[in-house]
Design a protein around this ligand. Sequence first.
Ligand SMILES: *Cc1c(COP(=O)(O)O)cnc(C)c1O
Length: 782
Amino acid sequence: MNKQTFLAELKSNLEELRKEGVTSPHVLHNVLSETAMKNLSGLWKDSKKAHLGKRRACYFSMEFLIGRSIFNNLLCLGIYSDVEKAFAEAGFSLNDLEAAEDAALGNGGLGRLAACFLDSAATLNLPLDGYGIRYKYGLFKQKIENGFQTEEADNWTKYGDAWSVRHDEDAVEINYSDQKVLAVPYDIPIIGYGAKNIGTLRLWQSEAFEDFDFKLFNDQKYLEASREKVLAEDISRVLYPNDDTREGKKLRLKQQYFFCSASLNDIIKKHKKNHGDIKTLADFVTIQLNDTHPVISIPEIIRLLTQNEGLTFDEAFAMAKKIFNYTNHTIMPEALEKWDESLIKELLPEIYDIIFMINEEYLAEMYRKDIKKESIEVMKIIKGGQVHMANMATYCSSYVNGVAQIHTEILKANTLHDWYTVYPERFQNKTNGITQRRWLALCNRELSALITELLGNEDWVTNLDELKKLTGYADNADIINRFLAIKKTKKEQLAKFILDREGIKIDPDSIFDIQIKRLHEYKRQLLNAFSILWLYFGIKDGSIKDLAPVTFIFGAKSAPGYRRAKAIIKFINEIAAMIEKDDEVNKIIKVVFVSNYNVSYAEKLIAAAEVSEQISTAGTEASGTGNMKLMANGAVTLGTLDGANIEIVEEAGKENNYIFGATVKELEKIMPEYCSRKLAADNEKIRRVIETLVDGTFDDGGSGDFRELYTSLLDGASWHEPDNYYLLGDLESYVEAKLKCNSDYKDKAAFGRKMWLNMCNCGKFSSDRTIADYAENIWKIK
Ligand SMILES: *Cc1c(COP(=O)(O)O)cnc(C)c1O
């Protein structure tokens, strides 16, 4: 892209808008985006051609949590400051473009990971392209009303979608037993840093073949006339707002098949056009399955290769095994996808037949290998009337990976143990990462400038290990003071944003202790809430003195049907209100639950954070990526030895973080014997805290939900043991760690040193490292 041409065009467009008196940020956003799109189209075309000409990787994912594109794209194109200046000269402010909607086409970590991966691959000049669904409505918008979460539709393209290009020439027909729809692709450019390569995210939109039945309309059957259109568009209408348990059944299966079939058709078509022979497909294409959601791709590619391309089942199956790889993201049994046989048979009869054949193939191979009966049963693809997607994925992939060291070890030892025994060579670890472009360079331009100044160049933007060279400044008072001054600036900016957005005033001189992530029992926001109550009662009874003022900030969406998670949101807001009213405590503790936590909000919260809450029960969080973003911005981790926290502490030093709670090994011993009731009976402070759920301290709106939380902790429920996430067991050591952290904070230099060292040692957690590893050891692409 020619910067001069672009800037000249932009300036002339802005001048025009100025003359017309236009002030709408959406118009400005669209004009800027369109000017950029026009100027990068040549490079994009060349990159697409280059990707198709060689071996390439395709990332199949139900979710891409992109966030806002505009600022990141300006950064990667190397025109951020120029555009900022051009806007100012025309009398506009670039910051106003924060009015642009986030593309929230994902729920949380899994979807954001997919977005970070595309960014890294584009920057590393690796041929990786994403395939997913262009949902009409992204993840719901959250409001907090009277302390309760409410949901609203997220019509993210309301003001247009300047970063997409529709490609009608690549539309694909998708067939279900009861319906036929058209999948139309929209391409989004993924601009590598420095704009030398542009990847493509291809998102499919479902449309009717014929919008409208004219005859029915003439007969005055107006609703009926649009029936086909509505039913077709339903398929890409909404993102399922479940974080890791899956429901919605038939429509969700339709969605999965929809984008998998469309993408595979597209890949095969492009391969034949560029390389002629279908038999070389596996030499040129490798596909990464992001969790089990796209696993229906496996029987679908076999169907396409046998029905359309003349391959035998054996040939097609062998090819599929070469092409696919599977990433597991969770060991939660309820989140391992299973589909009722009857549902697949009904909706996709041909696909069912192929799955059946895969299962037969599996059985034959296991008998050949003389695998013991119990193991064969465990690994079966079809059993108990259901199709087990993780089993199909593992059986039909070249490589299977977990997303942090401990997670991969748990997969090998438990979740996929039998598979590991049969195919140990298939298993790899790929610890997740995050892109430092968005999560440091963009969201913290002040810190980014300091880093660049000290290193003398900006190589760290594409090589995060460079930050290690800054370790020596940890004892340099001037530098640490500048670092802390920047943190203060980011805290002030966040405080202003929260005041504007939520109408809540927070003190930038207090500690910013932040827990931001989807709301889930295993992530234990309730444990954080309990610890705050513990501090509150401690201040009240005088047992806790001299606490440094602290602001606890929560951001989280709950799945709309997840009753306990919603109750926890209300509980946190009740605590916030109680403390706010209490003049003895409200100068020391403040609790804020921010509304509609999303990527753009994350960018502000992360830059301002000092304490990063990563407190999941050991063994439950596969990796976490929020922990990495916070580390890169200098927050210390207050957390358990779970997921990537373990590797974070390995890199940054235990002494620079606050680790507490039972480990995976310890829990294996503890849980079978664990009695939360006895613990609560023996420990007055624990009792005092949990009794607030039922003693009338707080109001759950008469729903009984707080009592249900209480019961789940002490008595369990039909589907789980009492306190199955070990909140009460970890509570005391958690509070201890929190108090230690609070007390350490008072020594600014010493605490600043810890924060600095966390930032210096975050290099491992760049998604550039993760993607280079996938490219070399799984995809074999260059
Ligand atoms: C990074 C990110 C997540 C994942 O956070 P975890 O703490 O790893 O669960 C979720 N949502 C958003 C908006 C993110 O940016």
